[in-house]
Design a protein around this ligand. Structure first.
Ligand code: GDP
Ligand code: MG
Length: 177
């Protein structure tokens, strides 16, 4: 491509973090491949997946990293966070403990990242209405207190999955462009 026709390329590294089994891998599978794994025990082995998004008519690539199950051993490495400009901080609305652990993950993120990482708090498994242990208001309120975006998603029924990733990518784009 010549200099004149060449468009700017954007590649943003985004990390998925949160307790084991909150649905991180399935959020990525749903977003990138429109797939869902009902019985995924651990990670469906990708390190990261690159996905194109259209932001204000510009093609933006999101390189989304999945933990590969490291979080079970509290061993998410600094390499995982390195260079990240966005993060999805995920809990499971049907398991209160995963919400209570959000503070820890936020600390870990802030410790390992040298820049301001655009972060969205994601309450996943919104389809599990009868098993809900964390209200939407509680999620919203924590996000407000910590200066995070907030959304509830379901990787199972697809609700808000694209919106969750899009919110982060759009904000990063707005800041960097
Ligand atoms: P990870 O450890 O955070 O990567 O979690 P996984 O993506 O492996 O999901 C853990 C379990 O939760 C799997 O059995 C998934 O099928 C299930 N799961 C993930 N997302 C959802 C969701 O939105 N709703 C429901 N009902 N189950 C989900
Ligand atoms: Mg996983």
């Amino acid at each position: 491509r010549s200099e004149e026709t060449q468009t700017e390329d954007y590649l943003f590294k985004i990390v998925l973090i949160g307790d084991s089994a909150v649905g991180k891998s399935n959020l990525l599978a749903r977003f990138a491949r429109d797939e869902f794994y009902p019985n995924s025990k651990s990670t469906i082995g990708v390190e990261f997946q690159t996905q194109k998004l259209d932001i204000n008519g510009k093609e933006v690539k999101a390189q989304i990293w999945d933990t590969a199950g490291q979080e079970r051993f509290r061993a998410v490495t600094s390499a995982y966070y390195r260079g990240a400009v966005g993060a999805l901080l995920v809990y499971d609305i049907s398991r209160r403990l995963t919400f209570e652990n959000i503070g820890r993950w936020l600390n870990e993120l802030q410790t390992h990242s040298d820049m301001n990482v655009v972060t969205i708090l994601v309450g996943n498994k919104s389809d599990l209405k009868d098993a809900r242990e964390v209200t939407t208001a509680e999620g919203k309120s924590l996000a407000e207190a910590q200066g995070l975006f907030f959304i509830e998603t379901s990787a199972l029924d697809s609700s808000n999955v694209t919106a969750a990733f899009q919110t982060v990518v759009k904000e990063i784009y707005n800041i960097l462009s």
